[in-house]
Design a protein. Structure first.
Length: 79
């Protein structure tokens, strides 16, 4: 089965959704994270936090769809 993954990497959350070739939603997941504020004027987030959220939401979406171990044919990323 061809599976397509969409990722929305936002300021405070990552969302992942898996779709079939005909556009049917197969599974989805989201993970929020907090931003670091070292000073009132600065906002930071360790890139590793983004990466772990992408990995986790992708895995959770595959699990929700019952497709663990399935290869993703194409990827779309919005940020």
């Amino acid at each position: 089965m061809a599976v397509y993954l969409g990722l929305d990497v936002g300021t405070t959350a990552v969302k992942a959704a898996l779709f079939s070739a005909d556009g049917a939603l197969l599974g989805a997941s989201a993970r929020e994270y907090a931003l670091d504020r070292p000073t009132p004027e600065a906002v930071e987030l360790d890139p590793e936090v983004y990466w772990e959220a992408v990995r986790a939401t992708t895995r959770e979406a595959l699990d929700a769809a019952g497709l663990e171990g399935t290869r993703v044919r194409a990827l779309a990323i919005s940020s």
